[in-house]
Ligand binder design. Sequence first.
Ligand SMILES: Cc1ncc(COP(=O)(O)O)c(C=O)c1O
Length: 352
Amino acid sequence: MKIHQEAIDAIENFSMPDNVGFGKVMLPIMAQATYKDGQWSQVEVIPYQKLELDPTCKVLHYGQEIFEGMKAYNFKGNGPNLFRPEENLKRFNKSAVRMAMPEISEELFMGAVEEVTWLGRNFVPKRSGESLYLRPFMIASECNLGIKPSEEFIFLVLASPVGSYFSGASIKVLIERDMIRASSGGMGAAKTGGNYAGSLLAAIETKKLGFDQTLWLSAEDKESIEEMSGMNFFSVINGELHTPAISDTILDGITRRSLIDLAKSEGIKVSEYKLGITELLEKIKSGECSECFACGTAAILTPIASLHDKSGESYPLKQEHGPVAKMLRDNLLGIQELSIEDKFSWTKLLKK
Ligand SMILES: Cc1ncc(COP(=O)(O)O)c(C=O)c1O
């Protein structure tokens, strides 16, 4: 690892605006490593800067790219601490394999993430719900137009001080019955740009119709619920937690897994299976399904107020801010912010 003096100077001269929003303010440093001739270089921490890419660079044409989203917390100055960073590394390498990209060692990934966090520790916001959002990513950087896997790559880690992703208000969700996000054998379980690009047209339509998020159904039966474009999906039916089982068409969310473990530890039964939209809507109507919510690193846990069909039908939830969602959110955020005992050993406190 090489930390350039210019990066240290840049962070020392940085001043953070009071209102950071989400993903708009970037720390003035980044970590970078390059892959060539079958080997990764050492990680260098350099000032945040533009990338110089040849216009034939493969990521620009064939989308060979993967990323992660993770957070460092410093609630009341008790951090900085990361939340289950090794899970992000595992998923990053799974995405790499699916996208024909080289895996990365723990030393390189964690070294880059931890060093950027440590150097930026004075800019990890300290209020509840705020954090330093970390964005490790890898792009194919070989230059030529051949449709072949790249043999050169750049790995980077960026960091952005962030406030809450959603205002805390519940969201309205549109059921997408025409377009699909992923199909079996495809790349839906990889965290790769193409999955997000493919969801944007639906996002435009969702917004145009007055809703906040798109709910994707399975390509196979246009019936089984999969996930949202950037979050996993849960419902509470007769007091039990239900969520679609992970498959190769769903991103295996770390928040999702953590909420399942938390719920079980609170004595709540959790079912992971093929959850049908028809059955869910009936249960919302009958009141058996009392809460639905979405979860992910950025938003943590966001309650769903109502589900909607393009035909105009609405399915309001009995409890917009239900007790199960609240209990799970409070517990998860409490562990992340080190204000509740972490009996799962999920948090990693950084020290030097
Ligand atoms: C498509 C998709 N599903 C689910 C999630 C939630 O995953 P995690 O909880 O690991 O952030 C994300 C966000 O990263 C996502 O982009």
